[in-house]
Design a protein around this ligand. Structure first.
Ligand SMILES: C[S@@+](CC[C@H](N)C(=O)[O-])C[C@H]1O[C@@H](n2cnc3c(N)ncnc32)[C@H](O)[C@@H]1O
Length: 692
């Protein structure tokens, strides 16, 4: 089967020496749109929307072929669904797959199929890798790292950073004009004068009296011109303006055209060189491709792809780096309402959300904590890698979001999860408010994922309000909470775990303060008790070890960054830590009360009526919990985490459905919910007395 499909998927081979223009010509020779290639197989020839297995398989391979030719799609579709094709040649060193633990036996056929990469996948990954090198190189170059880092470029450790990067090939230079423009010899510069001449449009020209910009296109053109001028500043300084005046102009224009807070635009300008800054800002204006993750607890990816194609979707493997992801290029049906979705065959999840779990690399039979789990995208991925063994503890402080977490765990048929509603900062003390000798969550888990709450600066394309709501105060609040949570996550991880002792810290923010700086703070605080490991991820840009006046631990180069304009996925940060020794007993987090998160406050403000009307599942709570606990003589007993788990395992046979009537609204105590597969069957246990 795999052979048949793979032969269908064969694409025109690219030779090393073939000129890029020829390759482009070959790609553009097909004018047939993607949908036309799928339909005859699936619908027209068979006359049915429920084709046979063989037909479905043929349909799938056609779809893959069609996707390979997506450069013939109209440009609007290109922007919406995929990556532009590139002419970058594949390198033999290119990593093909995720960590070994991410490979699923049940997906073996799929993997052999997908290892023979389509031209699309190849170009997708290579474009990202090429861009990564470009970004890394631009970070290595004095003065052009970002708009205002001139004072911080003298001791940039460019040599170290360059070491790990493969040299650029000739092909690469084809796409690297902007690098040579910025840094190369003068002879490499293009002859056109326009980009060196002073841009004529000013921000005043395009602003209305009410302060709103008009003629946006003109403004964007002016932004692009300013960025070009700044990029080439050292070689071609316009006489009329100073660099700082140009920077100010550029940022003001960006804020006017794209509606950013000036302070946030400044932070991005510190992160990216001028032309890349504009690419990043532009990438935030369009959504990333829609991606789904196959739930291998229920179905194999290829079977799922066949079923979805039959329903009118065009899907394709997200890339060779993931054995479970599918990109949805086009769909005739709502992706979140198909029978396959309702049956739990897949999760809608951004591609970059796969990465923290791949770095965590859970192993079967392990005990895993997802400390900030709702709504469960990563938790359900962890569960499928556990394959029904071990135990997943999915925690979130926000009760409202816990409902979605419970629903997703149920829908995806996760048999071994416990949902907890606790503040992650005190979780390691929560089972009995004491230390590991007494069996609390301290040093209890083999692996811990902290997908931390953050400002979301990597996901502006999903939520444009981030542009004008993330002020300096909100960034500082976020950083403070992240540091507390990461210390608690390390505290919950067992350094003596035979297989793990791993903590993964991730955010969907691109800001250094929320990423490298948080991890660096923890490394400095805990010293040799914790160290940074390579993530094992096949692509991504190295973490910063220096950023403006800040210096971070050199191991932070092992962390990985993801950017919308480079990887065509949400901005993300992933760092993997190994806990080497027990951490000192934390001080009672006296700050906890005063820094209570907004989500926690919201949860407490919730009215009873909300629970009654909106929460058939997550409202499973205290009364039911207390009754069950009392029946089993567990009231007023501080359960150890292990005891709790044992009780939960033992009582799973007597699990009962919970109705709205059984909800007690009088208490806000933490609860643990044992998820049973099926629509409503759950057993609820009081986790323990709340500590402090
Ligand atoms: C980025 S989201 C997590 C997304 C989730 N990992 C997923 O993949 O679906 C961050 C979560 O952290 C939760 N959170 C915020 N403060 C927390 C705290 N103190 N303890 C535990 N969770 C917290 C929020 O309620 C939010 O659901």
């Amino acid at each position: 089967m795999g052979r048949q499909i793979s032969s269908n998927r064969r694409t025109r081979p690219k030779t090393r020496d073939e000129p890029a223009s020829k390759q482009r010509q070959a790609r553009h020779s097909s004018k047939k749109p993607i949908r036309d290639l799928r339909k005859p197989d699936v619908a027209d020839k068979e006359g049915t929307r429920q084709p046979s297995r063989n037909i479905l398989e043929r349909g799938f391979s056609k779809t893959v072929q069609a996707a390979n030719k997506q450069s013939s799609m109209p440009s609007s579709k290109m922007k919406r669904f995929g990556e532009p094709q590139t002419t970058i040649r594949r390198r033999s060193a290119e990593p093909m797959l995720a960590t070994s633990s991410d490979r699923d036996d049940s997906d073996a056929d799929d993997m052999s199929l997908f290892r023979k990469k389509s031209a699309y996948e190849s170009a997708h990954t290579e474009r990202a890798m090429h861009q990564e090198r470009r970004v890394d190189r631009s970070r290595d170059i004095d003065g052009d790292t970002a708009l205002d880092t001139s004072s911080d470029t003298d001791d940039w450790n460019g040599d170290v950073q360059r070491e790990s990067q493969p040299a650029l090939s000739d092909d690469d230079h084809e796409d690297s004009l902007d690098i040579s423009d910025e840094n190369g010899p003068l002879s490499a510069l293009p002859a056109e004068k326009s980009s060196y001449e002073e841009a004529s449009t000013t921000i005043q020209d395009v602003m209305t009296p009410t302060g709103r910009p008009e003629r946006i296109d003109e403004l964007k053109q002016a932004i692009s011109e300013r960025a070009q001028q700044l990029a080439q500043w050292r070689r071609n300084q316009p006489a009329a303006k100073s660099r700082s005046e140009l920077v100010t102009e550029l940022l003001e224009m960006i804020c006017a055209a794209y509606d950013y807070l000036l302070s946030l635009a400044q932070r991005f300008a510190e992160l990216f060189p001028p032309t890349e800054l504009v690419e990043f800002i532009e990438a935030n204006e369009s959504p990333r491709p829609l991606v789904i993750r196959t739930n291998t607890l229920k179905v194999r990816r290829q079977r799922l792809a066949m079923a979805l194609i039959a329903r009118g979707m065009n899907v394709d493997p997200v890339g060779a780096w993931s054995p479970v992801g599918l990109t949805v290029y086009q769909s005739e049906v709502p992706v979140g309402a198909t029978p396959e979705y309702l049956a739990g065959y897949y999760m809608i999840q951004s591609a970059s959300s796969f990465l923290p779990v791949m770095a965590l690399a859970p192993r079967e039979h392990e005990r895993i904590l997802d400390m900030a789990a709702a709504p469960g995208g990563k938790a359900t991925y962890i569960a499928q890698l556990l394959k029904g063994t071990g135990m997943l503890f999915a925690n979130d402080v926000n009760r409202e979001r816990c409902k979605a977490l419970v629903a997703n765990l149920q829908r995806l048929g996760v048999p071994n999860a416990i949902v907890m509603h606790l503040d992650g900062r005190t979780l390691s003390q929560s089972a009995n408010g004491s230390s590991s000798e007494h069996g609390g969550f301290r040093h209890y888990f083999d692996r811990v994922l902290l997908d931390a709450p953050c400002t979301g600066t990597g996901v502006i394309a999903h939520d444009a309000s981030i542009k004008h709501t993330r002020d300096e105060a909100s960034i500082h609040r976020s950083v403070y909470l992240q540091k507390q949570l990461l210390l608690a996550a390390i505290d919950a991880c067992n350094p003596r775990s035979a297989t793990g002792g791993i903590v993964v810290y991730s955010t969907c923010s691109v800001l250094v303060d929320e990423n490298e700086q948080v991890v660096d703070y923890v490394i400095r605080k805990l010293g040799s008790r914790v160290k940074v490991l390579p993530t094992g991820l096949p692509f991504g840009i190295r973490g910063f070890t220096r950023f403006r006046e800040k210096r971070f631990h050199s191991s932070l180069a092992e962390a990985r960054r993801y950017y919308p304009h480079v990887h065509n996925m949400d901005g993300f940060f992933v760092c993997k830590l190994r806990v080497l020794a027990e951490t000192p007993l934390p001080r009672q987090l006296s700050a906890t009360a005063s820094t209570e998160s907004e989500t926690s406050r919201q949860a407490k403000r919730m009215k009873r009526s909300d629970w009654q009307t909106k929460a058939p599942v997550a409202a499973i709570s205290s009364k039911q919990s207390r009754r069950t606990i009392e029946q089993e003589s567990m009231a007023n007993t501080s359960l150890t985490a292990a005891e709790t788990e044992t009780q939960l395992n033992a009582s799973s046979s007597s699990s009962s459905s919970v109705s709205k009537d059984s909800v007690d609204h009088n208490t806000d105590e933490p609860v643990m919910i044992r998820i049973e597969p099926g629509p409503t069957r759950c057993v609820v246990r009081k986790s323990a007395t709340r500590s402090s």
